[in-house]
Design a protein around this ligand. Structure first.
Ligand SMILES: Cc1cc2nc3c(=O)[nH]c(=O)nc-3n(C[C@H](O)[C@H](O)[C@H](O)COP(=O)(O)OP(=O)(O)OC[C@H]3O[C@@H](n4cnc5c(N)ncnc54)[C@H](O)[C@@H]3O)c2cc1C
Length: 285
């Protein structure tokens, strides 16, 4: 029987949201807790920002901020202005440490590509001898053709079974692991400063990001919101602070969060041409 064509995604449909599926992964903020964030994190960033514009010594700025002598709204306003102006070093002074568990190696390989302002430690497939390695099952396979799903599971189970046999036969774990599929789950500890976290979130919360890593950053954002809604609000797809989408693959705007920059520029050019036809020039500032 001929295969039915894949349904066309409508131009305005919101891309598949990984949040609808429980992927069995966890992201837990280990440090700091809400108390530390509230008492010290905003005052720390405020001190870094204020030091640039004040005759006061940073010791005194920090003392006043922690003592509650600066209204929280003033601190937040200054921090927002500085972040929105791109003065990123001010938010490198605060860090967050996460326990990430049950993510696939497919995800971790993408995650550890981030280099600046972030540190990782990951469960070793060399030193850990797995008795029952867990794997991730993508929803498209779980909910797709049952026969293909069965074959997928056979392959994955077969690979894990062979791993066990190799280890039992005396093959070192560092060599037996070569049969592990990308679906194999892993655990990491990740520490990142706020600047790097905003940058990573901008890329990974974008609907163009792979579903699993996008879900991970949704969980991470949820954790940050739990300790500071103010700081959590800075974790957003990169198009939100930019005001436009710069992803090449979204020129058709199937993701509707922000207009694509080509369309923004085309709309501007249209206005400019209309103004010129009417004998005016559009202001450039
Ligand atoms: C949707 C998506 C698809 C992707 N597809 C692929 C793919 O097909 N193949 C592939 O290989 N990768 C792919 N990547 C990974 C991507 O190319 C980056 O390696 C990854 O996102 C890390 O981001 P970053 O380069 O901003 O690094 P980070 O370490 O997060 O760096 C943060 C910022 O610091 C600056 N910086 C860091 N290091 C340097 C440096 N050495 N020199 C100068 N400036 C620096 C840059 O401004 C950088 O943006 C993809 C990423 C995304 C989000």
């Amino acid at each position: 029987m001929a295969e039915a064509p894949a349904p066309q995604r409508s131009r305005t449909s919101i891309p598949r949201n990984p949040g609808r599926h429980d992927l069995g992964m966890k992201a837990t903020l280990l440090f700091p807790d809400k108390d530390i964030v509230e008492r010290f994190y905003v005052p720390l960033v405020y001190t870094a920002c204020r030091t640039c514009y004040s005759e006061l010594e940073p010791q005194e700025i920090f003392r006043r901020a922690v003592a509650g002598e600066v209204p929280p709204a003033s601190m937040q306003r200054l921090i927002s202005n500085v972040i929105e102006s791109g003065h990123g070093s001010t938010i490198e002074h605060i860090v967050f440490t996460f326990a990430l568990s049950g993510v696939s190696r497919t995800l971790s390989h993408q995650l550890v590509r981030h280099r600046a302002g972030v540190a990782f430690d990951q469960q070793s497939q060399r030193y850990v001898k797995y008795k029952g390695a867990a794997t991730m099952l993508p929803a498209t396979i779980a909910e797709g053709d049952p026969e293909l799903r069965e074959r997928y599971e056979e392959q994955v189970d077969g690979a894990l079974g062979l791993y066990g046999e190799l280890v039992s036969a005396g093959v070192p774990g560092e060599d037996a692991r070569f049969v592990f599929p990308n679906a194999t789950r892993t655990n990491l500890v990740m520490t990142t400063n706020l600047r790097a976290l905003i940058h990573m979130s901008g890329l990974r919360l974008c609907t163009m990001a792979q579903w699993e890593i996008r879900r991970l950053f949704q969980l991470i954002r949820h954790e940050i919101f739990g300790v500071s809604p103010f700081l959590g609000a800075f974790l957003a797809p990169k198009c939100v602070p930019l005001g436009y989408c710069d992803e090449f693959n979204n020129r058709d705007e199937h993701c509707p969060i922000r207009p694509h920059k080509d369309n923004v520029l085309a709309a501007w050019a249209e206005k400019r041409d209309a103004a010129r036809a009417a004998g005016r020039e559009l202001p450039v500032t």
